[in-house]
Design a protein around this ligand. Structure first.
Ligand SMILES: Cc1cc2nc3c(=O)[nH]c(=O)nc-3n(C[C@H](O)[C@H](O)[C@H](O)COP(=O)(O)OP(=O)(O)OC[C@H]3O[C@@H](n4cnc5c(N)ncnc54)[C@H](O)[C@@H]3O)c2cc1C
Ligand SMILES: NC(=O)c1ccc[n+]([C@@H]2O[C@H](COP(=O)([O-])OP(=O)(O)OC[C@H]3O[C@@H](n4cnc5c(N)ncnc54)[C@H](OP(=O)(O)O)[C@@H]3O)[C@@H](O)[C@H]2O)c1
Ligand SMILES: Cc1cc2nc3c(=O)[nH]c(=O)nc-3n(C[C@H](O)[C@H](O)[C@H](O)COP(=O)(O)O)c2cc1C
Length: 546
């Protein structure tokens, strides 16, 4: 066995860099003998890059957790966002595990866009011969054809560029934990020179993963509902609620920018209608998604998604067992946090639009939003957990200006940001673009926002009430009207944030941002695109869109 190369202690590197370099050099020189690294965890020999494309943090936390686990197994592992990587970095690092979600309608998550653009351009990407890789794709089967599309595209492209797939890609639906464990265990084994399992089919060898402690998605905190007030007034066509939970006794805290996961229940009337339509016995014992069993009615209220079954004609003659097979697990919903813990000790606030609509004359209601708006009584509890959003953070430098674009419920994280900046007495300027249907009835958090303007805390406020006049006025209309000042703020180093509707608003706001940079900044379309790409790289352009 070759001796492990040693970067001398007096070399100009931090301990961390030295350890990584030693691991990297050892990996380069000892390729093929990497299995030894697994049996002697102290010596990090096989370099391993766990790259992530992540919008709301799932792929990011998974990548970071797996990097810690891989380090414990003797790899010189590190996790890195795709926004910090160039294709050439993969060639340098050789062993790459790539975890990515899919966002929008089959799109790359924001932090993977420029990496994807650079490997997808014919001729400009380096060949990836010598790179060994595997992809874990996170997604949601509800998205149909675009299920895990970003992961599928990256997987194909890496192979096209000559990289060697050491393990077949694994596509994961919303509950990705078990498949991710299997995939990572097999990938570590294949990279360590163990049996090269190419398809994940069976349970892996057990992985020594540190158990999460405290209140998590798997162990949610039963939080008491303490606030449920309407943010719209008479005459509004919307029903937006200010919702608050008590964190008392939980020891939990959060950062502004994070989201809250909320466990919810289906409407009993909807469940009863579904059971009656199928003529099932509501007390029949049925299996639960995570093991165990419960009476059918209870299982449908708390554990399974039944929304899509409501108002549907039942399949003729379907048995209860076949019916249960078709059901998906009821998932908790995420909400952007609308408060700063510095302003509301032991509380977390949300801004939620109750989803209600009709199709073919049948009224439908969103499961979670109406559970919180209508069915969870004040003082009762439901399970909650915090979901970190490291991509959506206020600048660490309190003097930096921030520009926030948040129409509708998109205001949520910006109420939190403004409360936080007030509590920390951040001297940087604050600019809010807010929009909704009508000023008289839909100006969410009106009093607090106007008070911030009067105090000078909110340096500039631009509102866009879309239905107060014949033509639509949207937040991006206001951005374009204020192009010169917006450009000036960007040039002063402002951080630009967008929250709310992903399908239409976020795309239009992105277009308006490019347009402002072109018109006020005197740039060509390509230069504006490069300017925006640089903002993303510097983490000065962040989106929390859904
Ligand atoms: C990171 C993140 C942050 C979020 N933050 C917030 C927030 O701050 N505030 C907020 O309100 N929401 C937020 N959401 C959205 C939230 O998680 C839920 O998706 C939303 O409340 C709807 O959930 P629901 O269970 O009420 O509706 P569901 O039961 O899931 O029903 C929604 C579905 O109903 C259908 N639908 C809805 N409207 C119509 C219509 N008009 N016509 C036909 N079909 C329709 C669509 O298929 C839609 O997907 C966020 C989402 C994410 C991922
Ligand atoms: N069918 C759907 O799936 C659907 C539809 C709407 C909202 N939503 C979702 O429902 C939730 C709550 O919505 P919300 O109350 O927060 O607000 P919202 O419906 O996004 O509306 C807020 C404001 O944005 C305006 N708006 C509409 N299109 C826009 C665009 N392209 N660019 C900029 N602004 C635009 C709206 O105007 P107008 O309404 O006057 O056009 C309104 O004034 C969000 O999750 C949103 O994504 C879903
Ligand atoms: C607004 C939105 C759009 C999404 N679009 C897709 C999609 O097109 N295809 C898919 O498979 N999953 C889609 N997803 C599901 C995410 O990929 C999935 O929730 C994933 O776990 C998110 O991981 P992340 O937090 O690392 O971004 C979408 C989720 C949201 C909230």
């Amino acid at each position: 066995m070759n001796s492990v190369p040693v970067i001398p202690d007096n070399a100009p590197f931090s301990a961390e860099q030295r350890a990584w370099l030693n691991g990297f050099l050892a990996g380069v020189l000892n390729r093929g003998s990497a299995a030894a690294a697994v049996s002697s965890p102290q010596k990090a020999t096989t370099p391993l890059l766990i790259a992530f494309g992540s919008q709301s943090g799932n792929a990011e936390s998974l990548a970071k957790r797996l990097a810690r686990e891989a380090s414990g197994r003797g790899f010189a592992a590190r996790a890195a966002g795709l926004d910090s990587l160039q294709p050439a970095d993969l060639v340098k690092e050789q062993n790459v595990l790539l975890i990515t979600s899919t966002w929008g309608e089959g799109d790359m998550p924001d932090n993977a866009v420029s990496f994807w653009d650079s490997i997808n351009q014919n001729g400009s990407s380096p060949k990836l011969d010598g790179v060994q890789y595997s992809v874990l794709a996170l997604g949601d089967k509800n998205y149909g054809d675009t299920y895990c599309l970003a992961g599928r595209k990256l997987d194909l492209r890496l192979a096209e560029l000559g990289a060697k797939r050491i393990l077949d890609r694994v596509d994961c639906d919303v509950d990705f934990d078990d498949l991710a464990k299997t995939w990572s265990a097999n990938a570590f084994m294949a990279l360590s020179g163990g049996t090269a399992v190419t398809t994940v089919t069976a349970a892996p060898a057990p992985v020594a993963e540190p158990e999460e402690t405290g209140y998590t998605k798997k162990n949610p905190f039963p939080a008491k509902l303490i606030l449920n007030t309407s943010l719209n007034t008479r005459g509004s066509s919307k029903d937006t609620r200010h919702i608050g939970f008590s964190l008392a006794g939980s020891g939990l805290t959060y950062e502004v920018g994070d989201a809250l996961g909320v466990f919810v229940q289906n409407c009993t009337e909807v469940v009863d209608a579904v059971i009656a339509a199928h003529a099932f016995d509501p007390q029949a014992d049925v299996p639960l998604p995570d093991g165990g069993s419960a009476p059918l009615r209870e299982a449908l209220i708390r554990h399974y998604e039944v929304r899509s079954l409501f108002g549907k004609v039942p399949e003729p003659g379907i048995t209860l067992a076949a019916f249960m097979e078709k059901l998906r697990k009821l998932q908790p919903r995420l909400y952007s946090i609308a408060s700063s813990i510095k302003a509301h000790a032991d509380e977390v606030h949300l801004c939620i639009a109750a989803v209600r609509y009709n199709t073919d004359g049948v009224p439908h209601k969103g499961v979670a939003s109406t559970f919180l708006a209508d069915r969870l009584p004040l003082g009762e509890t439901t399970g909650i957990y915090f979901h970190a959003a490291n991509h959506f953070r206020l600048p660490a430098d309190l003097t930096k200006p921030v520009i926030m674009v948040g129409p509708g419920t998109g205001i949520a994280p910006f109420r939190a940001f403004l409360e936080e900046r007030e509590a920390t007495q951040a001297p940087g300027k604050n600019w809010l673009f807010f929009g909704d249907q009508k000023r008289a009835s839909d100006f969410l958090y009106h009093d607090q926002i106007i008070e911030w303007v009067q105090k000078g805390h909110l340096t500039r406020l631009d509102t866009a009430f879309s239905r107060d006049q014949v033509e639509k006025i949207y937040v991006q209309t206001r951005m374009l009207q204020a192009a010169a000042e917006l450009w000036q703020w960007l040039e002063e180093g402002a951080h630009f944030y967008v929250c709310g509707d992903a399908k239409r608003m976020a795309k239009d706001v992105d277009e308006a941002l490019h347009s402002v940079i072109q018109t006020a900044g005197g740039k060509s379309a390509d230069e504006a695109a490069a300017y925006v790409a640089q903002m993303k790289k510097e983490k000065r352009y962040a989106r929390d869109v859904y």
